[in-house]
Design a protein around this ligand. Sequence first.
Ligand SMILES: *[C@@H]1O[C@H](CO)[C@@H](O)[C@H](O)[C@H]1NC(C)=O
Ligand SMILES: *[C@@H]1O[C@H](CO)[C@@H](O)[C@H](O)[C@H]1NC(C)=O
Ligand SMILES: *[C@@H]1O[C@H](CO)[C@@H](O)[C@H](O)[C@H]1NC(C)=O
Ligand SMILES: *[C@@H]1O[C@H](CO)[C@@H](O)[C@H](O)[C@H]1NC(C)=O
Ligand SMILES: *[C@@H]1O[C@H](CO)[C@@H](O)[C@H](O)[C@H]1NC(C)=O
Ligand SMILES: *[C@@H]1O[C@H](CO)[C@@H](O)[C@H](O)[C@H]1NC(C)=O
Ligand SMILES: *[C@@H]1O[C@H](CO)[C@@H](O)[C@H](O)[C@H]1NC(C)=O
Ligand SMILES: *[C@@H]1O[C@H](CO)[C@@H](O)[C@H](O)[C@H]1NC(C)=O
Ligand SMILES: *[C@@H]1O[C@H](CO)[C@@H](O)[C@H](O)[C@H]1NC(C)=O
Length: 644
Amino acid sequence: MRIPTNIVALSLPALGGSISIPQLEFPSLGKKSAASTTIAPIPSPEPIEIYRVPPPPATSNTSENGCTTTLNPHGTGCISITTSGNVMGSGSFLPDGVHVTAYVTFVGAPAAPDPATIYTGTQLIILKTDGNLFPNGDSWKCITCGVSAANSVGSTALTPYPQAFKDGSRVMVGTNIVDCGAHQLASEDCTPDEVHIYPIRWSNTANDSNTGAGGSIRELRLAPDQVHISFNAYIYSGTQLNEIGFTPRLKFNATGTDGTNPRYELTNVNLLFNPNNKGIIAANGNHAVNTSGISMGELRGWASQGEELTYIGYPVESCNIDAFAISLDTGAVRRLTEHPEYVDPIDFSPDGRWQIIMDTRGTGRQMFLAGLRTIPPIIDMLVTGAVSSVRNNGARRFFQPWLLDQYGDRGLYFGQQINSEGDGLPGSVNDPNWNSGADPRWSPDGTRIVYYQMLASSPACGGSIPLPCETSTEPYGQGIRIIVANLTSRTPIDPPSVPGIPDVIPWAIQYTPGMTIPSVQSLAAGSYVLQGRASGSAAVTITYDASGSYIQTINVTYYDLCDNGVNTVMGFESVSVTPYNATASLYNWYSNITSTGAHGSGTKVTTPGGFHLTIDYMTNLFYAEGNLTTTIDGVSYYQPLNFA
Ligand SMILES: *[C@@H]1O[C@H](CO)[C@@H](O)[C@H](O)[C@H]1NC(C)=O
Ligand SMILES: *[C@@H]1O[C@H](CO)[C@@H](O)[C@H](O)[C@H]1NC(C)=O
Ligand SMILES: *[C@@H]1O[C@H](CO)[C@@H](O)[C@H](O)[C@H]1NC(C)=O
Ligand SMILES: *[C@@H]1O[C@H](CO)[C@@H](O)[C@H](O)[C@H]1NC(C)=O
Ligand SMILES: *[C@@H]1O[C@H](CO)[C@@H](O)[C@H](O)[C@H]1NC(C)=O
Ligand SMILES: *[C@@H]1O[C@H](CO)[C@@H](O)[C@H](O)[C@H]1NC(C)=O
Ligand SMILES: *[C@@H]1O[C@H](CO)[C@@H](O)[C@H](O)[C@H]1NC(C)=O
Ligand SMILES: *[C@@H]1O[C@H](CO)[C@@H](O)[C@H](O)[C@H]1NC(C)=O
Ligand SMILES: *[C@@H]1O[C@H](CO)[C@@H](O)[C@H](O)[C@H]1NC(C)=O
């Protein structure tokens, strides 16, 4: 299951942890900090060539011997035909820049003692991207097929995010490290007997005696220095679900608890939460609201060359989900994206000068929510999780890959879609029914990007839905394709040496196993005034539920509020939430907002009876009664159809 990235507790303004930003006030709307705007001219679009990575043979016949010798005469297995990113997806380039990692599911293997019996289940493979073949004639190689139980004690599913180390012999995948010892993964010497699969263990209780599986960790990202990682954990407090980011050092323990279960342990764990920060929205004095803090949502990995972390944060503009980077050293925050659409996967180039993101920009999916810019993120205390969940239609995602420079969106610059050329027909590189998964990854020489795409499938198409399901035109009818984008005008760079990453992040909490995870306090019930940064104000009323345990209603009236000196917001908005459980709620939403100025003039309005949205962060099935419509300079953006 691909879990939504922006988990918001029902009653908390912050997305779990929250970080103070000593240097930067609330990032100016529509502009980066003055520094980055002046340093960085807008890059021109560049030539990009797209090609597919040849896939392993695939079959829909999952029974014994379903993988026939006709399909694979080499006896090296067949993978399943799927449209699910849980089943198959690409990872990163190996340091040679030729091979890419992927996780796949082998099916249809023969019974033992046939040697091909090892080609079964979820496995880590590498694929050649240069058109060459391995000595056996295959364009791919399974790394983990046939690894013995003794070599993989305590290991877990080999999915997702297979990330190669720069040593060429190891890959972090899921919560494991696959290690071929002295051998390069791509070499003939790297045979199943040489491969170990080591679990990664987080000790998260004071009394676990270092035994057992340890704490549940997710979204692991290897740091450029190869010895630190980042991860997220779901932290439940009562009925509230939060997601918190951590950065530990990896430490190999060759013996484990009894000499038979070697593993990687996580030491020097930084809990990315600044106890002095009150979240992006805090009471300021008796009755004023201050939106100057920063709240971290899901951690997404490393920026620059490891000097910064990327995360999806609490919105700066209402309903607009963006990526941010925070300095490990100083805690300074940069807003990387500003486009109203939704972003989450992100990878920085090895020299830190470029980023590749997966975003719904261009699809119109989120524009009805966020298209009207410069509205302060007040109702977002209630709606951020819901807004994030609208980005997908069930299993269908709307991501496409976009190239941005290191500074990100600014002014009219919103990057370059790397697969925009094509006729849009079924199977073309810009076929909108092929949507991208996490994560896209840079080649070590900075000239290529690998990513994968999934074909929209029922029930997100077909049946009563106006969009018919498309038949895959890929080899074997495969529903997932791995793609390399060649930035053909670029000169390859030598892999840069990267700075070391400190074990201790000065603004974070040093985590000790079992410690209580702090949480940000919600605004108290009452009436507040939000002063516009340039002029005007908003009156905010916060009402709790009858038991006083969570914010139930937020009303905001805007009085010519202006933050950026050019856009003025007027009108009224009210959202009430009725939680069904920790991840699903009903939102009763009324908007009647007008904004005028340089970022477009327009309205965000609900139909007279209001907009009543039910959505679950875990399933992303949109269901609404009534409409919310955003109109900018005469162009209207409508909500998606209800999930049938
Ligand atoms: C699946 O493969 C098995 C073994 O080769 C074969 O007996 C069976 O007929 C195949 N099923 C289909 C639906 O092709
Ligand atoms: C460890 O501590 C937790 C929480 O305090 C408790 O629930 C659990 O039973 C303890 N486990 C052991 C093995 O003592
Ligand atoms: C490996 O783990 C065991 C069990 O927790 C511990 O006793 C041992 O000291 C660890 N070894 C290293 C090198 O950390
Ligand atoms: C608002 O909060 C920020 C960050 O916590 C703080 O630095 C700033 O002084 C506050 N502004 C006001 C007007 O209190
Ligand atoms: C990428 O494009 C350049 C320029 O056309 C070409 O020289 C290079 O071989 C291409 N790289 C790959 C891996 O195809
Ligand atoms: C908030 O707005 C709603 C919708 O207009 C209204 O019914 C409710 O009374 C308001 N609540 C407060 C506390 O102003
Ligand atoms: C939460 O509520 C939603 C909406 O009623 C429901 O579809 C979902 O199954 C519930 N989830 C859990 C974990 O109970
Ligand atoms: C929206 O606000 C405008 C301006 O205040 C007002 O004229 C209009 O009646 C409002 N519409 C609704 C549906 O409340
Ligand atoms: C909401 O929009 C849909 C599609 O545009 C329209 O058919 C429907 O009548 C609208 N609902 C209301 C309550 O206006």
